[in-house]
Design a protein around this ligand. Sequence first.
Ligand code: SDX
Length: 393
Amino acid sequence: NAGVFTYDPGFTSTAACDSTITFIDGNKGELLHRGYPIDQLAGKSHYLEVCYLLLYGELPTAAQLEDFEHRVTHHTMLHEQMVNFFRGFRRDAHPMAIMVGVVGAMSAFYHDSTDINDPWQREVASIRLIAKMPTIAAWAFKYHIGQPFVYPRNDLDYASNFLRMCFSVPAEEYEVNPVLSRAMDRIFTLHADHEQNASTSTVRLASSSGANPFACIAAGIACLWGPAHGGANQACLEMLREIGTPDKIPEYIARAKDKNDPFRLMGFGHRVYKNFDPRATVMKQSADEVLELLGVENNPILATAKELEKQALADPYFSEKKLFPNVDFYSGIILEAMGFPTSMFTPIFALSRTVGWISQWKEQLGDPQMKIGRPRQLYLGETERDYTDIEDR
Ligand code: SDX
C-alpha cells in the first residue's frame, strides 16, 4: 500500500462466510442461537437440546429430542483400540495435547466410513463427535492424573456421565449431584457456539479443502488451546491466583494498561463484544450458586475476581476501550470449585464447542457454492529484484 502495488479493494476475502446459526451484536452484548437469546437457552434449555437446535435449526419436539438423546447416548464409547493413543502420551501431557491427538486419530477409525458428500454420513460423524468428546476429555483427565478410565453409562444424562467419568473411582460409587450436573450442563451450553471465532474459522477453513471432519475438529481444538482464545479460562484462574488478594489488584490493572508490558487481564476484552459478554453474566450468577452449594461461597478467588471486575470497569482505560469480562472470566472459578484442575478448563471448552464447530462444518458442506478457503494478503514485501551471488553479498 506504499503506492508500489495497487490494492484491489474489490476482492472479497474468502474467509468471510454466510451463516444462519449464531448472531452476535457486540455493541449490545447480544448472542442468539438460531434466534434464541443465550440467557433463555441457559436458563430454560439444556445442552443436548441446544445441540439439536444448532444442528437442525429448530427446537426439537419431545419425540425428536428423545431420539437425538438416544443416538448420542449410544455413541459415547470409543473403539477400544483407541486406548493405546492415550497410553502413548507422557503422564504429564496437557489434556489438550491428548485431545488434539486422539480426535485427530479418530480419522483412522471412523473416517474410512465417512463420505463427507453423503448427508447421512455427515450426520453420523456429527453424532459420533458430540457423543465421544466427553469420553475423550474425561479419559485425557484420568490419564493425566494416573487413574483408571471410567466407561460411559447409558442411564446418565450427558453432563452427569461426564462428571462421573471424571470423578468416579473403582473404589467407591460416584453419587451424581444434580445441581452440579445442571451447572456443568449450563457451562456446556454457554460455550456451544460463537459465530466465526478463531477456532470455528479454523474448522471451516480446514473443511473447505474436503478434509475429514475428525481432522477438522482436531484443528479447531488446536486453535482453541491458545491463551488468547479458549486457553484464557485456564490463564484467567492462574492470573487470579497470582494476584492473590484484592490489595494487589491495582498493580495488575496498571500492568494491563502499560503498553510496554505484555500482560493482559485474562478473561477481559473480546474481538467482538464491546459490551458485557452475555455468557459472562450468566456464568457469574452460576458461580455464586455453585460455590454456595459447595459451601465455598467465601472462596477468596471469587472475591478477588469480583473486586478485579469492579475496579477494572471503573477504570477509564477499560471503559474507553470497551473492555468487559468475557465468557472465560468466571468459568474457571466454577470448574475449580467442582474439582477440575486448571488444565481441564480448555478441554471442557473444546467438548462444549464441538457442536458449534460441527454445525458450522455441516452448514458449509451443505452449500453447493462452497469453494476452498483462500484468505488474501496485503503484500508489503520487496519489489522484484535479481539474485546476488554469495561472493557479491
Ligand atoms: C474467547 O472470538 C470469539 O468469539 C472467542 C470466544 C468464543 O466463544 O469463541 O468468545 C472465546 O476467546 C474469549 C476471549 C478470551 N481471551 C482472553 O480473555 C484473553 C485476554 N483478552 C485479550 O487478549 C483480548 O481482549 C482479545 C485477544 C480477546 C482481543 O484482543 P484485541 O482484538 O486486541 O481486542 P481489542 O481490539 O478490543 O483491544 C482494544 C484495545 C487494545 O489496545 P490498543 O491497541 O487500542 O492500545 O484494548 C487492549 C488492546 O491491546 N486490550 C486489553 C485487553 N484486551 C484488549 N488490554 C488489557 N487487558 C486486556 N484483556
